[in-house]
Design a protein around this ligand. Structure first.
Ligand SMILES: Cc1cc2nc3c(=O)[nH]c(=O)nc-3n(C[C@H](O)[C@H](O)[C@H](O)COP(=O)(O)OP(=O)(O)OC[C@H]3O[C@@H](n4cnc5c(N)ncnc54)[C@H](O)[C@@H]3O)c2cc1C
Length: 384
């Protein structure tokens, strides 16, 4: 067991931090104040992230990857989360789209959709959650009806990240017709070719990343846009890896809040001395460092298991709930350490706290992650 980073990992982390500090962080505060970024702004920021491998993650080189493994990509995501969590989430959406196409798509689909999403020439989204089924995707209301001319999609989706600016979305729907069986399928819906409506929504955190409600009304999708053999089960498998990505981003947010609190505690004075000299503040800082490092180790272990081809179901869920809850706790402590300034947007800690709370929910809230882990640990399902 070796807990130290290799030279290659240290270089990667340094390069990511330099890029973040020079190109990404300076734009973050202002954009987060303004709210959802426009399509041009999303594309401009993503383009800056392409060369280091933020969008292609651990995709194989034959699919446009750059030879990164999961662990190294997690290191990159942590740095991105530390600098601008909304853009870190944006990057994983682009990657997860390409990952799904690379693993489940036809040769034609790979040719058409992989490069534009990896290069941020096309912005993408994932339309899974619905107004009455988020945690339980098995109860989908959206339908895909098979006709001789193609699929017809009907239904509503909510909380869909990037949907207001996305060119393509991957839609999960219940299949009607065809061989007469009811099952579920995943469809690439090209907004230009198969128009659907999107109503932009706002939320507590990750404000720079646009989000919206998607409505498919008799939306005609060509037959060849169905991902072959991709359905509910394959979508859930993809979400497993994505939980480790969110965990890595949450570790980055917790680290940012810890770093800022250490700096502030050394310089802010109360009762004629730096607040960092008070025992209670020192205890809080020590808790922040300990919990962030524990979350990092759980996340790295899960990513390392992915690299080794080990099944990560429970590990991904444990890392996700522990890292996101850690980020929520650590950022709350950071706000209290900053006192009244912790709630002003001239300091980024209030954004860290809002972003950390927001990260608790996507790809399954903490309760769901505990149930997934519990099912594997105990061999009994609480869902059925
Ligand atoms: C920032 C953000 C980005 C998102 N991006 C996307 C996206 O791009 N695409 C997409 O499709 N979706 C997206 N979502 C939606 C997200 O995946 C869902 O919100 C999430 O899965 C929870 O579903 P829900 O909101 O319907 O909550 P519900 O399923 O209604 O759950 C409500 C509460 O009940 C709990 N609960 C549910 N079932 C159980 C149970 N069996 N036992 C115990 N507790 C239970 C949950 O843990 C939760 O606390 C995003 C959400 C957020 C916040």
């Amino acid at each position: 067991m070796d807990f130290s980073m290799t030279q290659e990992q240290q270089m990667l982390k340094r390069a990511a931090r330099e890029l973040m500090e020079k190109e990404i962080i300076p734009a973050a505060a202002e954009q987060e104040r303004r709210g959802p970024a426009s399509k041009e702004e999303v594309r401009r920021i993503l383009k800056k992230l392409v060369p280091l491998g933020f969008l292609c993650g651990p995709l194989a080189e034959e699919h446009g990857g750059q030879g990164l493994n999961w662990l190294n990509w997690g290191i990159l995501l942590e740095e991105l989360g530390r600098g601008w969590a909304a853009m870190a989430n944006t990057a994983i959406i682009q990657f997860n789209f390409a990952h799904q196409i690379a693993h489940l798509g036809t040769a034609e689909q790979k040719k058409k959709y992989l490069q534009p999403s990896l290069q941020a020439d096309a912005i993408v989204s994932h339309s899974y959650s619905e107004p009455s089924s988020g945690s339980n995707l098995a109860r989908l209301g959206t339908t895909a009806t098979h006709t001789k001319d193609g699929w017809i999609l009907n239904g509503d989706k909510v909380f869909i990240s990037l949907s207001p600016v996305a060119d393509w979305t991957l839609a999960l729907a219940g299949i009607k017709g065809g061989d007469g069986k009811d099952s579920r399928g995943v469809f690439i819906v090209d907004r230009a070719q198969s128009p659907f409506t999107v109503a932009q929504s706002t939320r507590l955190g990750l404000r720079g990343m646009p989000s919206g409600e998607v409505s498919f009304v008799d939306c005609k999708v060509p037959l060849e846009n169905q991902l072959p053999s991709a359905g509910y089960k394959e979508t859930l498998i993809m979400l497993t890896a994505s939980r480790l990505e969110i965990a890595a981003i949450a570790v980055g947010i917790a680290q940012a809040a810890t770093d800022m609190s250490i700096r502030y505690a050394k310089q802010r004075e109360a009762f004629g001395r730096p607040i960092g000299s008070f025992q209670l503040i020192q205890g809080q800082i020590a808790d922040m460092v300990a919990e962030t490092q524990a979350a990092r180790l759980l996340t790295y272990e899960g990513l390392d298991q992915l690299d080794k081809g080990i099944h990560v179901g429970a590990q991904a869920s444990i890392a996700k709930f522990y890292a996101t809850e850690t980020a929520a706790r650590v950022t709350t402590l950071a706000v209290t350490i900053h006192g009244g300034y912790g709630l002003q947007d001239e300091y980024p800690v209030e954004r860290y706290a809002r972003d950390a709370i927001t990260e608790l929910i996507p790809d399954g809230p903490p309760q769901l992650q505990r149930l997934i882990a519990g099912r594997q640990i105990l061999g009994m399902s609480a869902f059925t």
